[in-house]
Design a protein around this ligand. Structure first.
Ligand SMILES: Cc1cc2nc3c(=O)[nH]c(=O)nc-3n(C[C@H](O)[C@H](O)[C@H](O)COP(=O)(O)OP(=O)(O)OC[C@H]3O[C@@H](n4cnc5c(N)ncnc54)[C@H](O)[C@@H]3O)c2cc1C
Length: 358
């Protein structure tokens, strides 16, 4: 069994620690932020598990990893010491009557992205009112995408932290490290955007794409599933978490600016939310938050292996981290075990991920 140090304890770092510790490896994890994950992109994310909807512009590999991860999340949840909110009630896509052109285009992209299949159900105004009473009378048609899900990102991060501490991972919270700071048999670099300088000495290039979200509390509103609004200027999603907390997002801005949410973005998110239903007018804004999605130029996740320096790096989970992390991390743990056993490092058969060997 190997001594392994993991740099970065956001989503992938915690998952890798859990999988490898359960295999008997001796793990140390270094995270610059707190145990709650406050500095990670994962802390801000809406954590929707939506491969059908993402098919509109995600790569085929990402979609496949997304579908595989739906089941793998159930497996991971069974390894956690506490219950985490996870839901598979599908998702709903709606639009205002004047934007029906957008819905036609979206349907075409959805069909194309899902192998020509009509994977959704067309809901009329009555279906919407029956299944999402709060939206009744607001929309006359929508697409219902079954099987999609979501989870509570912050509960997941905390439950993963508790799980890895329980299985003996030595966690160094509030400890920023670089690749040269620590020694171990192998290093696993899970620093997300924090790995940019090291990553960009290689072939593919990593950048951050800024996202902004609002968290609101609306005790009088219940939505049963994540809902997206198609809109020409202000597309929006609303991910309902437990206890009437809603995560509203998210802008996608080509910028690595990590400063707080701008007034313009705040206004856009809020007006778009109000347009879904004015009932949100009395919601309380708990938080406006930003973070950077770690994105590689080809928009796929990448697993890099440096067999000389003994570093395995996982990055580029972009805006799909929760959707694909389980499949990516199971693949990375198989690849690492092959390296530890001096076996060939080759394409992971179960996921199709081709590791990049340095
Ligand atoms: C606004 C927004 C909305 C999103 N919504 C969704 C969604 O609905 N569905 C979905 O699937 N995905 C979503 N994502 C994407 C998802 O959050 C990311 O893909 C995922 O978090 C990437 O995981 P990661 O572990 O690579 O990076 P992170 O989660 O960012 O973790 C990296 C960790 O490394 C730490 N770190 C960095 N440098 C150092 C250092 N030098 N030393 C120690 N620690 C360090 C950081 O503090 C951080 O905790 C969203 C992201 C954003 C920003």
């Amino acid at each position: 069994m190997a001594q392994i140090s993991i740099l970065g304890g956001g989503l992938t770092g915690r998952l890798m620690a859990l999988l490898l510790a359960r295999q008997g490896h001796c793990i140390q994890l270094f995270e610059q932020g707190g145990k709650d994950g406050n500095l990670s992109a994962a802390f801000v994310a809406a954590a929707m598990l939506a491969p059908m909807a993402e098919a509109v512009d995600a790569t085929p590999l990402v979609l496949q990893l997304g579908y595989q991860s739906l089941d793998l999340w159930k497996q991971i949840m069974s390894m956690l010491p506490e219950k985490v909110f996870m839901q598979f009630s599908g998702s709903l896509i709606v639009w205002h009557a004047q934007d029906s052109d957008i819905s036609h285009r979206f349907a075409q992209q959805l069909r194309r992205g899902n192998g020509g299949k009509e994977v959704w159900q067309n809901w009329n105004g009555d279906d919407i009112a029956t299944n999402e009473p709060q939206l009744g009378g607001r929309f006359t048609s929508g697409f219902y995408l079954p099987t999609e899900g979501q989870l509570d990102n912050r509960q997941t991060l905390m439950a993963l932290a508790n799980a890895i501490e329980e299985v003996g991972v030595q966690c160094h919270w509030n400890t920023a490290v670089s690749l040269t700071d620590i020694t171990a048999d192998w290093l696993i670099d899970c620093r997300g955007f924090g790995a940019k300088a090291d990553w960009n000495t290689g072939k593919s290039q990593l950048r951050g794409i800024r996202g902004e979200v609002a968290r609101v509390y609306a005790p009088e509103i219940t939505l049963n599933r994540p809902t997206r609004l198609l809109h020409p200027r202000y597309p929006l999603y609303i991910a309902p978490k437990e206890n009437h907390i809603f995560v509203i997002g998210a802008t996608q801005i080509e910028s690595e600016d990590e400063s707080p949410v701008s007034v313009r973005s705040g206004l856009e998110l809020m007006s778009s939310l109000y347009a879904v239903t004015p009932a949100f007018g009395e919601a309380r804004i708990l938080e406006l938050a930003t973070n950077l999605r770690p994105t590689i130029d080809h928009h796929d996740p990448e697993i890099r292996v440096d067999t000389h320096k003994k570093i395995l790096s996982i990055n580029g989970l972009f805006r799909h981290g929760f959707m694909i992390a389980p499949a990516v991390c199971f693949a990375a743990s198989r690849i690492l075990n092959n390296a530890l056993n001096n076996q060939a490092i080759e394409k992971d058969k179960e996921t199709g991920i081709e590791p990049v060997i340095l």
